[in-house]
Ligand binder design. Structure first.
Ligand code: NAD
Length: 481
């Protein structure tokens, strides 16, 4: 194998590195070349059983629960410190198994460390309540961990998505079995190594790579898990929910999006164009909260789109490791899906301003930056998630019409508004149905701000203090004195 990447990676179960139960492996390929770069042990349902048993034993031992909360925080601080030495290794892995740029790979490590340190700091701040019941009684509430937290992670940002869920689970006293994504599993193994070096108790965090229909489905349906955190597509999320319903397992669901930004006539057009281009073309649009729809006041439409197109055209496309701005889509199947949806857009009568197909002459799964104008809200390209570098642009005349377009999909993950008028910004934010509203900057906010979906984009929140509430259950203790 090439690239200085370790050729074979094992799963991390019960504090030990193990082969897949049936000895088989998954080949990981570089989406920028289509070439194999490494193999990972294929986690089977039997491996999931072992991992859940290890997590259960660790939870039942109370080794985490009985720690002073700030000591659980210390463990996450130690994991964050261990990652200091792994920045370049992870950045390279993210280029080769995920299609990111080196800069984006390094940023993922920094983001991951921020999640770990942020939640480390919250470990001793999750407080219960004292409820007055009158003379002769004392009543208080406790935030209890659920037990074994089953976490299923998508391929597009596995390290920070995995780390934020692990951190929330561990500081609240849960233990974790995480099913890493089969397309891009490598960076989470480095996180597992960091957990091991940081001295987490054996079984506190278990990371198993396996196929979704196999290891993923086995984890979601496992009889001995107590909570599920799923991040991925709506269709898979629905199957996870069906599995959870039998045992009434609570779920945090972080699903897809078709997020739209409204651009009013008074917006700063240069800033809006730059923000919109970042919002859809970063990581080739493979971000759940990508700004994939631009809803533009008709009076500024042509002016804004000229600026957007000029910026988009400057984005170079090629392997991230070679310094290009925009890398590949994750696999051939996804490239074909995005191209097919583009063809549907043309067939439905949208205007292809640029792109629309794969980049010719490159070996990997590279899609050209694509923009459609003249899009109607009922077109497939205005309703379905591409998960690729495709921006669809819809004109509007009145704010009410803009709101109707923005809210007119099944999704409700993110939405945005560009205007200099603060009153209009509030009016709009109030009416948009989405878990996060970005005003004048796509992705304004941070790890401190709660993140999650409305409608079919899911429920529950990750990020911010609010995320912790998804990892604990309230116990009320009422005492007759
Ligand atoms: P996906 O749903 O195909 O896979 C997500 C994870 O689920 C993977 O680990 C996969 O192996 C596993 N899986 C697949 N089938 C399963 C099954 N039957 N049972 C249990 N697990 C199964 O999604 P993807 O292609 O990896 O990621 C892209 C999707 O994820 C997009 O829709 C994107 O919007 C969404 N996403 C959402 C967020 C968020 O925070 N809301 C973040 C990133 C990605």
């Amino acid at each position: 194998m090439t690239h200085g990447i370790r050729p074979y990676w094992q799963n991390f179960i019960g504090g030990a590195w193990v082969d897949g139960g049936d000895g088989t492996r998954i080949t990981v390929t570089d989406p920028a070349t289509g070439q194999p770069i490494a193999e990972v042990a294929r986690g089977t349902p039997a491996d999931i059983d072992r991992a859940v048993a290890a997590a259960r034993a660790c939870f039942n031992s109370r080794v985490l629960r009985d720690l002073r909360p700030h000591k659980r925080g210390d463990l996450m601080l130690a994991v964050a410190r261990e990652l200091d030495a792994c920045v370049e290794e992870i950045a390279l892995l993210e280029c080769h198994d995920n299609g990111k740029t080196l800069a984006a790979g390094r940023a993922e490590v920094a983001l991951t460390q921020r999640y770990l340190t942020y939640y480390a700091g919250l470990a001793d701040k999750l407080e219960g309540r004292q409820i007055p019941l009158g003379d002769g009684y004392i009543d208080y509430t406790l935030h209890e961990p659920y037990g074994v937290s089953a976490q299923i992670v998508p391929w597009n940002g596995p390290l920070p998505v995995g780390a934020r869920s692990i951190a929330c689970a561990i500081i609240t006293g849960n233990t974790v079995v995480l099913k890493s994504p089969e397309d891009s599993p490598l960076s989470l193994f480095v996180l597992a190594e960091a957990c091991q070096r940081a001295g987490l108790p054996a079984g506190a965090v278990n990371i198993v790579c396996g196929y979704g229909h196999d290891a993923g489905a086995a984890l979601a349906a496992h009889r001995d898990i107590d909570q599920i955190v799923f991040t991925g597509s709506v269709a898979t999320g629905q199957s996870v929910l069906r599995a959870a319903v039998d045992r009434v397992v609570p779920c945090v669901m972080e699903l897809g999006g078709k997020s739209g930004a409204i651009v009013y006539a008074d917006a700063d057009l240069d800033r809006t164009a730059a923000s919109a281009v970042r919002g859809i073309f970063n990581h080739a649009g493979q971000i759940c909260s990508a700004g994939s729809r631009l809803i533009v006041h008709r009076s500024i439409h042509d002016d804004l789109m000229a600026r957007v197109q000029a910026l988009a055209a400057k984005r170079s496309v090629g392997p991230g490791v070679d310094g290009y701005d925009m890398g590949p889509l994750i696999n051939a199947r996804q490239l074909e899906r995005v191209e097919a949806l583009c063809r549907a857009g043309v067939a439905e009568g949208a205007t292809l301003l640029m792109g629309g197909a794969r980049v010719a002459g490159l070996a990997g799964h590279f899609m050209a930056p694509t923009i459609f104008t003249g899009v109607r809200p009922d077109m497939r390209i205005a309703q379905e998630e591409f998960f690729g570098p495709v921006l669809v642009v819809l004109p509007f005349d009145t704010p009410e019409e803009a709101i109707a377009i923005a809210n007119g999909t099944d999704y409700g993950l993110a939405a945005g508004v560009y205007t200099r008028d603060l009153k209009l910004a509030h009016w709009t934010a109030d009416r948009l149905v989405a878990g996060q509203i970005y005003v004048n900057e796509w992705w304004a906010g941070g790890i401190e701000t709660p993140f999650g979906g409305m409608k079919r984009s899911g429920y529950g929140r990750e990020k911010g203090q609010e995320a912790l509430l998804g990892y604990v259950q309230t116990k009320n203790v009422a005492i007759r004195l």
